[in-house]
Each structure stands twice: as C-alpha cells, then as structure tokens.
Design a protein around this ligand. Structure first.
Ligand SMILES: Nc1ncnc2c1ncn2[C@@H]1O[C@H](COP(=O)(O)OP(=O)(O)O)[C@@H](O)[C@H]1O
Ligand SMILES: [Mg+2]
Length: 258
C-alpha cells in the first residue's frame, strides 16, 4: 500500500475559520490545548488579534499548569480568559458540584465569548474532555455541553482527534453528533507520531476529507519560538496555515528531525 494519501485538503477559503471557533475533541488528552495554541499562533502570524477562552478548567488542585498557562507559554495570544476553575480533575459540572462551587451558566459563557469576539478577529474556545461532557447548567437547571454552546452561538467547531487505532470510530461519533445539530465541523490530528505505522497512514487517508491540520507529536514540548514558526506548516489555509498538500506534508513528517 502506498502510505501517503493522494487527496489534497478539502477546498477551503483562506482564513475561513473566523469569528468564534470552538475546539472540542474525541476524548480528553487528545491535544485540544496544543492545537488551540497552534491555531492561535498561526492566526497571530497572519496578523489577527486572537483571544483564547477556557470556560471550565478542572483539576487545578494538582498545581500543574492550566490549559491557558500552556497556551500563553506556546502562543502568547493577545487575550486569554479562564471563566471558572475547579479543584478536581472531572468534567466541569460534576467538579463544581463536588466542590460546592457555582456551576458555569450557559448564558454567562455565551456573553463572555461574545464580548471577546467584539474585541478580536478570532476567539478560540477550548472545551473540556469530549463534545458531550456536562459543562454547567442552564437557567432550567438542565446540564449543557459544548455542543449546546456551538448551537447557541451558531459557530463552527474543530474536533481534535488521535492518530492511532480507535480514532475512526471516535471521530465519526463526534462528527455525527455535530452534524445532527447542524454544527459545521472539521478535524485536526493532535499528535502525528514520529514513526507512523500502517494504522496511522490508513487513518490519515480515511480522515483527509475532514482534515484541516495535523500536529507532530512533540509539538507541545517545542521551544515557543520554534512552535510559533512551525504552526502554519501544520494547518491548512482555512486555519491560517500553509499546508496545502497532504503528500508533501507526509513526506516532511517522515523526515528524521534535523
Ligand atoms: N502534538 C503534541 N506534542 C507533544 N505533546 C502533546 C501533543 N499533543 C498532546 N500532547 C500532550 O498530551 C497531553 C494532552 O494534551 P492536551 O493538549 O493537554 O490535550 P487536551 O487539551 O485534549 O486534554 C499533554 O501532556 C500534552 O503535552
Ligand atoms: Mg486541554
């Protein structure tokens, strides 16, 4: 099997993803934060004013860097905001309940994101975990998810996915859930391995029609200057990058590091 995909990225307009873009994933730990930082870096290099919003940060009790800390370190966007932080490493709504803290209210988040949108060219909003994780409560007391935020704001969504075995099912489930809600969505691979195996090439070929980017594994550990210079090469023009041929990208990804 010729491992490199023939297809070029789906035709997109340069900078198509403007305004407000939600970043979700097929799961937790798939690379949402690193991908958010890469899109922010590429958009800023293209001259946009970028804000990054994390509505619900959980797991702060362990004292490690928050998602926004990592985005600031890697991409230094113009503005960053975390709207609520909870100690336990859980989905935001259960984390709020267990801590006896106020849960995130949907319209509070909608207002905060719109306020940043009025002041920036691009607002990236990073969810928590996957698409249907309970984020907080509506005025009715019902839980809301990132999918509800997307439909309420009427905005498009990037799904960050793994590159390896299992990703086709998780990605299809997430895209189907978004499609049935009428939310336009594309996919970015969070971490393409340095030594891809057959399964990675097969997944890449399957996902090419949806893909608007793929980050190399190790991107999150790069020195910030290198990260910012490299980010446009991982993203298609729709996301302010220069990646326009997966075959060329695959050849470069396969090169041993200099
Ligand atoms: N491209 C990448 N290069 C290096 N590390 C990565 C990459 N993508 C994800 N990681 C690592 O995997 C973990 C999860 O990534 P993160 O972006 O925080 O995922 P999420 O936001 O989806 O939970 C982190 O420890 C991060 O450093
Ligand atoms: Mg994250």
């Amino acid at each position: 099997m010729d491992p490199t995909p023939e297809a070029r990225p789906a035709p997109t307009q340069p900078g198509e993803w403007r305004g407000i873009v939600l970043i979700t994933g097929t799961d937790t730990d798939v690379g949402k934060t690193i991908v958010t930082a890469a899109i922010a870096a590429a958009a800023q290099a293209a001259g946009l004013r970028v804000a990054v919003v994390k509505p619900g940060q959980t797991g702060i009790a362990d004292g490690g860097p928050t998602d926004i800390d990592r985005v600031v370190q890697l991409a230094a966007p113009h503005t960053t905001r975390t709207l609520a932080s909870y100690p336990e490493p859980l989905a935001p709504l259960p984390a709020a309940r267990i801590a006896g803290m106020a849960p995130l209210e949907l319209y509070e988040v909608v207002d905060a994101v719109r306020a940043e949108s009025a002041k920036h060219d691009l607002v990236l909003v990073e969810g928590a975990g996957g698409l249907l994780v309970p984020m907080g409560v509506r005025p009715s007391g019902e839980a809301w998810t990132l999918a509800d935020l997307a439909t309420t704001l009427g905005v498009q969504t990037i799904v960050v996915a793994r590159a390896g075995l299992g990703t086709l099912n998780h990605t299809a489930l997430t895209l189907e859930a978004l499609e049935r809600r009428g939310v336009p969505a594309k996919v970015v691979l969070g971490a393409w391995p340095a030594e891809p195996e057959l399964v990675h090439w097969a997944n890449l070929t399957e996902l090419v029609p949806h893909l608007v980017g793929a980050l190399p594994d190790g991107a999150g550990r790069m020195e910030p200057g290198v990260f910012q210079r490299s980010a446009p090469g991982w993203l298609t023009p729709a996301l302010y990058g220069v990646l326009d041929d997966w075959r060329v990208w695959a050849d470069e990804a396969a090169e041993p590091p200099a």
